[in-house]
Design a protein. Structure first.
Length: 192
């Protein structure tokens, strides 16, 4: 009886031990890159490396595990660990000007991860998926930022999106170049 219950439990595992370790590793990468910022004098939103960490997480882990990795990062930040931009943390961060972006990164992970998984080896389509995911993230962020600052959506784009587009293009290019290689190496190592 014990043996059959054990076998049934093993078949219902959501993630293997190795996958859980990778989720933890990519959460740690996000916790390291997330607080690093380059402040811009024209905006209350600094240049952040969180989106780069999310792109890499979905490349390495896939859609589901990459999104879970980001959600774990969010929970750590909401619990008060200083993992958000500028080494801040706490649930109040969601109420600040960057709160919409924090929520939008969830959708960015889902959309980017879908494109990466659905079109393996087709880097232009994967990059287009990351661009679309970033655009959706920016919609959430801009609506929230505009409401926080009492400005219109177009003005919010000028403050919270347009200055960041060149850097985002570089991050997406970097993720496409590095992410696929890291994914291949990790899968090779895990198959041993």
């Amino acid at each position: 009886m014990e043996k059959s219950m054990s076998a049934g439990t093993e078949n219902k595992k959501l993630f293997s031990t190795g996958q859980m370790a990778l989720i933890g590793m990519m959460t740690a990468v996000t916790c390291i890159l997330g607080p690093l910022v380059i402040p811009l004098p024209i905006s209350p939103v600094p240049i952040s490396f969180t989106n780069l960490a999310v792109y890499l997480a979905v490349y390495v882990l896939g859609t589901k595990a990459g999104t879970i990795s980001y959600l774990v990062y969010l929970l750590l930040g909401f619990a008060g660990l200083p993992v958000f931009s500028g080494f801040t943390g706490g649930i109040v961060k969601l109420a600040g000007p960057t709160g919409g972006y924090l929520a939008g990164f969830i959708f960015m992970a889902l959309i980017s991860g879908w494109a990466i998984e659905r079109f393996p080896g087709r880097y232009m389509i994967q990059a287009a998926g990351m661009i679309l995911g970033t655009a959706v993230c920016y919609v959430f962020g801009t609506v929230w930022l505009a409401g926080q600052l009492g400005i219109g959506f177009a003005a919010g784009l000028g403050v919270g999106v347009i200055p960041y587009l060149p850097g985002d293009a570089v991050k997406i290019l970097f993720a496409v170049m590095i992410g696929s290689r890291v994914r291949r190496e990790i899968r090779r190592v895990m198959e041993r």
